[in-house]
Design a protein around this ligand. Structure first.
Ligand code: SF4
Length: 83
């Protein structure tokens, strides 16, 4: 997962900081959102999703990470000859 924050939309409500404090912070100068990372660890993702849902300004942007590579196709089983 990749995340972004639109500081132009942020109103400094701080819900993201309360919900995912390992990822979000507020700027001491203007109270707007800061992020410690744009690629949260898998164990941080549930809190980040909740923070995005809670944000009253819709300022937190979630982007799906790269899709996992699918496994190679399984070769067909050998055919048995019936005599
Ligand atoms: S919850 Fe939204 S509006 Fe509030 S500080 Fe975080 S990004 Fe800004």
């Amino acid at each position: 997962m990749e995340i972004g924050a639109d500081r132009g939309r942020c109103i400094g409500a701080g819900m993201c900081v309360l919900t995912a404090p390992d990822v979000f912070d507020q700027d001491d100068a203007d109270g707007l959102v800061l992020m410690s990372t744009t690629t949260p660890a898998p164990e941080q993702e549930p809190a980040v999703r909740e923070a995005a849902q809670m944000c009253p300004a819709g300022a937190i942007i979630l982007r799906a990470g790269p899709r996992p590579t699918p496994p190679p196709p399984t070769p067909p089983a050998p055919r048995k000859e019936i005599r």
